[in-house]
Write a protein of this length. Sequence first.
Length: 110
Amino acid sequence: MKRLWMIAMAGLAVAGCSTVQPSAHETEMKVIDGKRFEIPAGATTSAHLASDKEIDFYTKSGVEDCQKGDVIWDAKGAQEQIAEAIKEGNPNIHKTLAKQGLIGCTHPIQ
């Protein structure tokens, strides 16, 4: 019985850590350039659709599936981490935040 409980808890831990996408109750809608986007609750977004240069930068930082027409978002608190890292001379902050799922791109909702 104890072994079964340990296996179940390990499975829950793996499932909980395997995704960085927000669940439905952790998102909000935002309209940018007349298009609706679903973003993580409390995240900030660019005020425009992502440029090719921005898509390239975020893709190289480890954000997956950034495409033309997407909006870039930063989770609550990520902007402060970026500002602090820049002050400290940390050029890898975007890679770190991408791995943590704290920055990303989202496609418009059809």
